[in-house]
Design a protein around this ligand. Sequence first.
Ligand code: 10D
Ligand code: SF4
Length: 310
Amino acid sequence: MSKTIMLANPRGFCAGVDRAIAIVERAIELYGAPIYVRHEVVHNRFVVDDLRAKGAVFIEELKDVPPGCTLIYSAHGVPLSVRAEAEALGLSVYDATCPLVTKVHIEVKRMRQAGMEIVMIGHAGHPEVEGTMGQADSGMYLVESEADVAKLQVSNPEQLSYVSQTTLSVDETRDIIAALKARFPAIHSPKKDDICYATQNRQDAVKLLAEQCDMVVVVGSPNSSNSNRLREVAALKGVDAYMVDNTDLLEPEWFVGKSRVGVTAGASAPEVLVQAVIDRIKSFDISQVTELPGVEETTVFALPPALRPA
Ligand code: 10D
Ligand code: SF4
């Protein structure tokens, strides 16, 4: 039987990642190295190594940015406290927070001003969650699961709303929202959850892919939330699912007896890495490559005005 690699569509870079990387590259071009970046600008080792080689310096604490230097916030966003600290230090800042994350920040501020408490659905310790929770100094609760909803105690169930991390599992989030509505019937429901178009599209595409394959490889780094979700979604379809962020991690025995190998990539994984993964899989005696049809993505986010090419 002929063996085939099947590619999910869409996969890889989203508009927020494209913009964040372009912000770092343009800042280096305009101001020269080093340019400081708070946290990995996106969660992909290849991208981070490439930007580091071009002159980006990745730091976690603002105390590690020398006075007068330029600082960029990662695509995942920052709490208000970090903005205040950067201002106090007099740093010149560019914000690579994805506009779809910023939209959630604005929503949090609006709801708090309206006197509502907010449940955030997300993963503890993730920088996007720290950034979104950090838009308010009180009145926010984090839940990661339906079990957390069952334990949740709020001050006033009549004045409650929710937001979510943008890269969650669409299906798990639907269940958590249902649990919130069952436990707090008066909870204010936003029109739509905050899972972004790219997360939704890549999860839809990997479901379609997994249904037609007997294994799936997700290109993504271990700290990438949306990439991990793609691997989980594929595994829930009952196929072997692996996540790799370099070709050395591909184990030949994974491919033994597999005739349809699915490949997709998280929103922070570059296509050049996907192509390297495909080339390595081909060396395991799988030569044919086909791409599944999928929705066309047209979202583009503009760069901050000062960084736009003349
Ligand atoms: O971990 P993650 O999925 O949130 O981030 P990653 O950098 O892998 O992908 C881009 C997604 C962002 C910035 C969150 F919206
Ligand atoms: Fe923005 Fe979605 Fe990409 Fe995150 S995954 S950077 S929210 S478009």
